[in-house]
Ligand binder design. Structure first.
Ligand code: SF4
Ligand code: FES
Length: 377
């Protein structure tokens, strides 16, 4: 294989610890405990190797990355190495002083997540009383510090009606960018799919609102919109293509091509503790397995979108069909597309209760079948 360009970005999942318990968290069901996390020196070496490799962006993520006391040190090193630094945070542990420390360390951008615009609903989804109020004051403090702010709203059946208010809140807080992102059904989101999947009418409503807001706010705010695959005709280019643009490093140091790759059986993901980043990116079999188009089956192999969406999401293909090498069932051309349609059609009228994300509380198994309406409460 020819030398491949370096990854554009690396998602450093510093920890799985988090004061929130969102039922759509993209973290794996088996969450790493604090004692298993990489130490400061290991992360600093990763940041040096990332810069040497030619990476441009570092996303400090989690769990909640601000639980790590060494976060300013990591930001400082990344910044000194010329890396663009983005903090992906739920915000509830931040205050003006902490934001100032991060700014002094060189943070370039902060992405703050919101669960809703109604405090009681937001706190119920987050599983933490008072979280929403805290986020509002943190958003203001981020802007007062002069840092660019992106707001991220995760959308599902319980809050889709309030996308107009979400965009209004983002505008009033001075966000330069807002993500209206429907839940992606991996990790805890897959466990809670029946409790979260919106109806087609809700999806269409959110799309219309976003289109109108994009036209109205074009000069003011960029709006990103992420659809749920269950109503799609074509899949997304998950992570920009497997092993093509992004790398994810887990709290324990495992390097993976995406957040959910650990769910795929038969893969060995190398550790940054014993393998140089450059070697992982170029040579690790796990990164090469679905890179490019050679691995593709039909209909992807002869499809004119094969270098646009790269066959969609490998983890979704595995979750739905048991085979990560099949065309993503989100694609209407996939022989397995009926599986997606069945889930959307089997969406229960009444949403079951959330299974909250908690360390040490992984559900025993995840059913990929549509939940029959009579099984819901
Ligand atoms: Fe993408 Fe494959 Fe579907 Fe073509 S057939 S649109 S490459 S997933
Ligand atoms: Fe793993 Fe899409 S989440 S390839």
């Amino acid at each position: 294989m020819n030398a491949i360009p370096p990854p554009l970005g690396i998602v450093c999942e510093l920890t799985h610890r988090c004061p929130l318990q969102c039922p759509y968290c993209s973290n794996p069901l088996e969450l790493a405990r604090a004692g298993a996390e990489l130490g400061t020196d290991a992360w600093l070496r990763v940041l040096d190797e990332a810069a040497a490799l030619g990476v441009l962006h570092i996303h400090f993520s989690g769990g909640e990355p601000t639980v790590r006391k060494d976060l300013p040190d990591l930001v400082r090193r990344a910044s000194a190495n010329g890396l663009y630094t983005n903090l992906i945070t739920a915000g509830v542990l931040l205050d003006a002083a902490a934001i100032d420390r991060l700014k002094a360390a060189g943070i370039d951008h902060i992405q703050l997540s919101f669960q809703d615009v109604l405090p009681e609903s937001a706190d119920q989804i987050a599983g933490l009383a008072g979280a929403h109020e805290r986020k509002l004051s943190v958003a203001k403090a981020i802007r007062q510090a002069g840092l660019p702010l992106t707001l991220n709203f995760v959308v599902h059946r319980h809050n889709a009606e309030r996308v107009p208010e979400m965009l209004a809140l983002a505008e009033s807080l001075g966000a330069a960018r807002t993500e209206i992102a429907h839940v992606q059904y991996y990790g805890w989101g897959l466990v809670n799919r029946a409790a979260l999947l919106p109806s087609r009418a809700q999806l269409e409503f959110t799309l219309q609102v976003v289109q109108e807001a994009r036209a109205r706010l074009a000069e003011k705010m960029v709006i990103d919109y992420v659809v749920p695959d269950y109503y799609a005709q074509r899949p997304k280019a998950c992570m920009g293509g497997w092993g093509r643009r992004e790398m994810v490093i887990t709290p324990t140091g495992k390097a993976m091509p995406c957040h959910a790759a650990d769910s795929l059986p038969g893969f060995e993901f190398p550790s940054v503790t014993d393998t140089p980043l450059a070697d992982i990116w170029s040579n690790a079999p796990a990164f090469r397995r679905f890179r490019g188009t050679d691995w593709m089956p039909e209909p992807c192999r002869s499809c004119d979108r094969r270098e646009i969406d790269w066959g969609g999401c490998r983890c979704q293909a595995f979750a739905m069909t048991g085979d990560a090498a099949r065309t993503d069932p989100a694609c209407a051309l996939s022989p397995d597309h009926a599986l997606m349609l069945a889930v959307a059609e089997g969406r229960p009228e009444a949403a079951p209760a959330f299974v909250y994300r908690r360390i040490g509380h992984a559900p025993a198994s995840v059913s990929m079948e549509p939940v029959p309406a009579e099984a819901t409460v």
